[in-house]
Design a protein around this ligand. Sequence first.
Ligand SMILES: NC(=O)c1ccc[n+]([C@@H]2O[C@H](COP(=O)([O-])OP(=O)(O)OC[C@H]3O[C@@H](n4cnc5c(N)ncnc54)[C@H](O)[C@@H]3O)[C@@H](O)[C@H]2O)c1
Length: 370
Amino acid sequence: MSGEVGIGIVGYGIMGKAHSYGYTVAPVMRRLRHRPRLRVISGRDKQKVDAAAVAYGVDGSVTDWRELVRRPEVDIVDICTPPGTHAEIAIAAAAAGKAVICEKPLAVTYPQAASAVDAAGKARVLNAVGFNYRSLPAVSLMKRMIGEGAVGKIRLLRATWLSDEFVDPTIPFDWRFDRSMGGTTIADLGSHLIDLATWMAGPIAEVSGQSETFIRQRSDKAVTVDDASAALVRFESGARGALEMARVAVRRPCDFTIEVNGDRGTLVFEYARLNELLYGDAGDRPELYGMRRIRAEQQSHPYAADWWPIGQGVGYGSSFVNHLGDLLDRWPDGPWEPDFAQGAAVQAVCDAIERSAAESRWVDVREIVG
Ligand SMILES: NC(=O)c1ccc[n+]([C@@H]2O[C@H](COP(=O)([O-])OP(=O)(O)OC[C@H]3O[C@@H](n4cnc5c(N)ncnc54)[C@H](O)[C@@H]3O)[C@@H](O)[C@H]2O)c1
């Protein structure tokens, strides 16, 4: 290791914890060029943020993210607060000359996301969006196999994200139900699907969406986000796809799937079996008709050599360890991926789906970006 990199984490909630875990475990699992040091964490509640600093192994805490951004010992500002806060914090961090890692979605509207891209570009700082699922070993293997031609030319892609987070109507109103702070379900769950879809099959050109809010009031306040949405999509390549994201799917905890059908094969990832891929190859002997289950832990597979012996498996936490480890490996020269430009491109598709659902028509993504 050639030195330390100072990390400042904005927000101590679930993602503040997940990112702290990623920085702490990455140097244990793999040889990094730079050791991350958790310098400071911010949160508005002093008692809670102090407790989080102790629990997550952070040197100190502050109650205003602006102070964290100004601290000279912070090299990377890592934003783990609600989406409506992301662009403002990212722009301030870039202006202070800090590299920025921002949780998804990059913003709650495309113009906000584009302003974060501009700010990072002008300040010439490294920037990344927390699309951590790319860094799950099996998902990364799926991308590699597609690149190597395992499915041939992609014709169809379908992806779903089903959760039961909003099923109970007595859950009190919080930022997730507020469009301007939480963004939509399209942006919350769908942003991961859109990122993976474009990573694997190229840019999305056009969408036709539908959205519904089934529980319209919580704690006597109006809910301004969708409970569930879906979209048909046309990729620039000519491939077609379908995406579905819902937070009102009973007994679906975090059921995320992605499937591609090419002219020579099929690949399927299901989050409930996150160390595996299903693969069907049109070239197989007819008597083997069906899909084989690939254990994405073989030493030649992405990230496998960093983890446990084959058969032990990894979990959700590995996606943060792998993603943040990749970013630290490329510190300070980059490039970092996925970056803010890719985060903004995803947000444009989210906005297009929202507009399409509101106006009951196909929407070209260029309408949003243009
Ligand atoms: N990549 C993933 O797997 C994943 C999973 C969950 C959440 N997320 C994303 O991470 C981000 C944070 O989500 P979370 O689940 O950690 O939320 P959380 O509610 O658990 O934590 C949010 C944190 O932000 C703080 N906060 C709330 N409102 C704020 C405001 N107005 N200004 C400043 N700080 C504020 C809270 O005090 C808390 O520290 C969101 O963008 C969410 O979409 C990503």
